[in-house]
Design a binder for this molecule. Sequence first.
Ligand code: ADP
Ligand code: MG
Length: 251
Amino acid sequence: MADDEYLHDIVDYTDDNLDADDFEDIKYAVKLKDVSRVYKAGRIEIEALRNVNLEVKLGDFIVIAGHSGSGKTTLLNIIGSIDLSSSGRVHIMDVPIGDYDEAFRSSFRLNNTGFIFQSYNLISTLTAVENVLFPMQLSEKTPSKLRDEAMKLLERVEMEHRADHLPWQLSSGEQQRVAIARAMANDPPIILADEPTANLDGDSGAMVRDLLAELNSMGKAVIVMTHDEGIIQQAGIRRFKMDAGELHSDV
Ligand SMILES: Nc1ncnc2c1ncn2[C@@H]1O[C@H](COP(=O)(O)OP(=O)(O)O)[C@@H](O)[C@H]1O
Ligand SMILES: [Mg+2]
């Protein structure tokens, strides 16, 4: 298929030791062609995405706004290989991810995408550092090396002093910073965020905005679903709107 001509056989994208050089030949971090997603609930069909087209390169910062129910989370789940499209082609890091089984997709997901949620989604029985370690479970590195890496990620979000605290012992902003450290585990080239500042106060929101900008400046593709003007108005961003499952560029 013509779409797949630039696929590379040599790089193993499920390898957790990839660095920037391995991504040099990547054409698109995300490429969606006529992607639709229909949910079937009994006899009712809900068209959550309608013929969505999107091309995102490494280093791009994409912001998508849209009313509740317009399909933002559905779109992020498809880009994050959590969900499959009903029709259309989905390439993530040039890999036609829908052609693979769930076992491949789950390890691909862990190494290629970091997810940040509106309500943090930390595992309540795990400490901050254990939450950051969670996506590293397929790594072959030693436990002490992994712990060092997790602690470094907590330092990046200024949460290393709270490493052994449980989520309920942390404020909203602190939980989201831990969640961002978790999203950076395995150094994924793509960061996906679903209304990441919606539940945060001004200062915490500003810190999350800065961290997203920093991840983007490291060369990652950052895709954020948000209404936060502080994110939307940043320079160098590509803006879109979701409306009833359709994606429109908003320039
Ligand atoms: N698992 C599901 N089953 C059925 N309908 C769903 C499911 N998830 C989402 N939907 C529907 O799909 C549409 C888009 O939802 P969603 O992607 O969550 O929108 P947003 O994130 O923009 O609020 C909505 O009409 C929603 O009710
Ligand atoms: Mg949503």
